[in-house]
Unconditional design. Sequence first.
Length: 68
Amino acid sequence: MAAIDHTRAPYAANGQFGGFISTLIGSFVAWNDARVTRNALGKLTDRELADIGLDRGDIDVVARGSFY
């Protein structure tokens, strides 16, 4: 099994290009994480959401990661 370290930017000969690719990949990963979270919470019933202290209106906020 392979492990990927996301804490460091990938090495590139041209720092600007490497930074762009790193930003692009990071944006995609964040979008995909939000999509997966939104889909998982959307499949729960209203009762299950209430059990974890959420309602349907909170799903987008939680998926964006700005829920406290």
